[in-house]
Design a binder for this molecule. Structure first.
Ligand code: GSH
Length: 250
């Protein structure tokens, strides 16, 4: 079988998505953490964005197309079954354009400064565990994240006039609409790329011991959905080492 390598920060929601695709499909792969200061591990691609996936000699980027590519190369345990492609990709686009930027918004617009700083340190420890970064960068990480160009640009695409709380409640309600009667997103009987995109975005902060209000994680139907997805993934569904998992599953 061709060797599969996933390059990227273990803390990036887009990288986590692809990690979950690979784990769900039960494919052996190597995760290569990327140093955010030098990007040396992805120099061979001539660009700056992660995730990057290589299958054999070929590399590609962009989490959603990577999921489709994986299904083409390894059709077993399909995550984009042909008869449901459109709704799956629509929900996945909602995850990429709404749910993930909303997580970044929480890192930019601090609702509780102490929690946000502490959360930033949890993230910098996870990055440091993969590719050592200087201590002062780790300490200032929560402040750097607020200014990172791609994060600011992504957050500015959201409607900042909507309060954080209203946004979270709206996203919870939209999620429930996408879930329909379940058991998986789009009302499907099996998890798809959409569930595997949403799952790490929704639960990774909880699993890593981060603080903050999440109306999603308080909703019984969403908790039940997360438990269903979890049963289809390994015990540690993330890309961080087991010792960085600080809380039980939901
Ligand atoms: N559309 C891309 C977005 C990926 C993305 O924004 N990655 C971030 C890390 S979370 C990144 O590498 N940003 C650095 C940059 O774009 O220069 C995907 O779905 O993979």
């Amino acid at each position: 079988m061709k060797k599969i390598i996933l390059y990227g920060y273990a803390t990036s929601p887009f990288v986590m998505k692809v990690g979950c695709f690979l784990k769900y499909k039960q494919l052996n792969f190597e995760h290569v953490p990327v140093n955010p200061l030098s990007l040396k591990q992805i120099k061979f691609t001539g660009q700056r964005q992660v995730p990057v996936l290589t299958i054999g000699d070929e590399w590609r980027k962009d989490s959603s197309p990577l999921g489709i590519w994986l299904d083409e190369q390894f059709p077993e345990r399909s995550i984009v079954p042909e008869q449901h492609t459109d709704p799956i990709l629509k929900i996945d686009a909602w995850v990429s354009n709404q749910l993930i930027p909303a997580r970044f918004r929480a890192a930019v617009e601090w609702e509780n400064a102490l929690d946000s700083i502490r959360n930033g340190w949890i993230l910098s420890s996870a990055v440091n565990a993969g590719t050592p970064i200087p201590g002062w960068v780790r300490v200032l990480w929560p402040f750097f994240v607020r200014k990172a160009k791609f994060i600011v640009e992504m957050v500015n695409e959201l409607n900042r006039a909507e309060s954080m709380q209203d946004m979270k409640l709206r996203l919870r309600d939209e999620f429930l609409e996408h879930l329909g009667n379940g058991p998986f997103l789009g009302g499907l009987q099996q998890p798809s790329l959409a569930d595997l995109s949403a799952y790490p975005t929704i639960v990774s902060g909880h699993l890593m011991g981060m603080r903050g209000k999440s109306p999603m994680l308080e909703h019984p139907e969403i908790i039940a959905w997360a438990r269903r997805v979890q049963t289809c993934l390994p015990e540690n569904p993330l890309l961080v080492a087991d010792e960085l998992i600080k809380r039980q599953h939901l």
